[in-house]
Design a binder for this molecule. Structure first.
Ligand code: NAD
Length: 229
């Protein structure tokens, strides 16, 4: 085995105290997904959408990476083969744990996107609607979050990595959000073995060669120990 691709979702950050996407009642931090995570919602009520992500961004100050993030960062440091950690998460806990071979396919809380020129830049404070882009001057900055109906970042790089993968591992994701939910089948079609680590069986479980059930903070360090021998 040489090349590993890992997909992570909200479940890997749950033990750090960040709520998952579909919490109690199918809500994300008390909101319907359609009200905070679609281009239509942003157009209809920019104040609500910006404030929602301002709160999520501010909450990052109060959380820290957990044992699962730390284990993947260790894998990144010590694994001599190919590795790509693709996260659906918009928190920054993978990079704060020290992972480098990673990308955010759904954007990042600590980033602002200019809807006019497409420039993305690091953003740590609140982001009120109408904030000006330092690049083009347009008052068009929005949270750098890939909404439903928008195309995730770096799909070509992800597909290239899946094509080369010997092992695809999915951690803490419900398998409900596409295209990420389709990566397991893509990896399999290219010949990779597939493993799921999740608290409970997910919508995608049937597609994996193997599923291990439990908390990411326990399962991920154990799996990394196995891989690194
Ligand atoms: P999801 O909430 O739909 O699914 C989370 C999965 O993790 C569930 O299957 C759940 O059983 C599992 N899980 C919960 N606690 C776990 C634990 N301790 N250990 C292992 N597994 C655990 O999340 P998703 O599939 O990532 O949904 C995708 C969307 O949610 C993404 O687009 C992402 O941007 C957004 N989101 C991100 C964050 C974040 O950045 N931390 C938080 C909420 C939502």
């Amino acid at each position: 085995m040489k090349n590993i691709v890992i997909l992570t979702g909200a479940g890997i950050s749950a033990e750090s105290g960040i709520a998952t996407f579909r919490g109690p009642g199918g809500l994300w931090e008390g909101h319907r997904v359609e009200d905070v995570c679609t281009p239509g919602a942003l157009a209809r009520d920019p104040a609500l959408v910006h404030r929602f992500y301002d709160l999520r961004r501010a909450a990052l100050e109060t959380v820290a990476p957990n044992a699962a993030h730390a284990a993947l960062a260790r894998l990144d440091r010590e694994w001599a083969g190919g590795l790509l950690i693709v996260t659906q998460n918009v928190d920054d806990l993978h990079e704060r744990a020290g992972a480098r071979r990673m990308l955010h396919m759904h954007g990042a809380l600590r980033s602002a996107l200019c809807a006019a020129c497409g420039e993305r830049r690091e953003w740590r404070d609140a982001l009120p609607p109408g904030s000006a882009c330092a690049g083009c001057g347009a008052r068009a900055l929005r949270p750098d979050i890939v909404f439903f109906g928008e195309i995730p970042y770096q799909m070509e790089r992800i597909e290239a990595a899946l094509a080369e993968a010997d092992l695809f591992v999915s951690i803490g994701t419900s398998g409900a959000v596409y295209p990420a939910a389709g990566f397991v089948r893509m990896a399999q079609a290219y010949g990779a073995a597939t493993l799921e680590l999740n608290l409970e069986r997910s919508e995608g479980s049937a597609w994996f060669d193997a599923t291990r059930l439990g908390a990411a903070g326990v399962l991920v360090p154990a799996w990394v120990d196995e891989v690194l021998g």
